[in-house]
Ligand binder design. Structure first.
Ligand SMILES: [Zn+2]
Length: 166
């Protein structure tokens, strides 16, 4: 009887050990993954301040709230650009771009700059909600200018190579 209980206890111990090993394994891989993300976030040049970042399941985002908005806007802009390009069968960035689009993009960048400046000069501390929204608007504006520059360079190279063929 005693031997049997001993065996049972031993089995239970083994089970508990295995379980704790599994938990530890999951914990480390989760943490390692998070550390890897944080390192990638660091490379973007973000300050990664925890008080200015969002959290998901107790883990800090690899970039701050403003950079989250900014990167999200970059991602959406690039996807949108690729969709439009595939539709038009051309990777030249939207042929009909007027001055208005530049003005709208400029104001997008300006809202981010204003929110950042107000905080930088200690007039008013921003909130994560405001950071992500202004970051998103700024990101859309910035990506518009990046794509415009890309388009200008592309059309310049296109013209040059066409001229070379003539
Ligand atoms: Zn940041």
């Amino acid at each position: 009887m005693n031997a049997q209980t001993g065996q049972e206890n031993h089995d239970l111990d083994k089970e508990a050990q295995e379980e704790s090993k599994m938990c530890m394994k999951h914990k480390t891989t989760d943490d390692q993954r998070w550390i890897r993300f944080m390192k990638i976030g660091e490379k973007t040049g973000c300050h990664q301040r925890y008080d200015r970042s969002f959290f998901f399941h107790g883990k800090q985002f690899p970039v701050c709230a403003r950079c989250t908005g900014l990167l999200l806007a970059y991602l959406i802009s690039i996807i949108w650009y690729l969709v439009i390009s595939c539709k038009n069968h051309s990777f030249a960035y939207l042929p009909k771009r007027g001055r208005q689009s530049h003005i709208i993009a400029f104001f997008g960048c300006l809202t981010m700059l204003i929110d950042w400046t107000i905080q930088a000069v200690h007039v008013k501390e921003s909130t994560n909600k405001r950071r992500v929204i202004t970051g998103f608007l700024g990101g859309l504006g910035l990506m518009h200018f990046y794509l415009t520059i890309y388009n200008r360079i592309g059309s310049y190279i296109g013209k040059k190579s066409r001229r070379g063929k003539d």
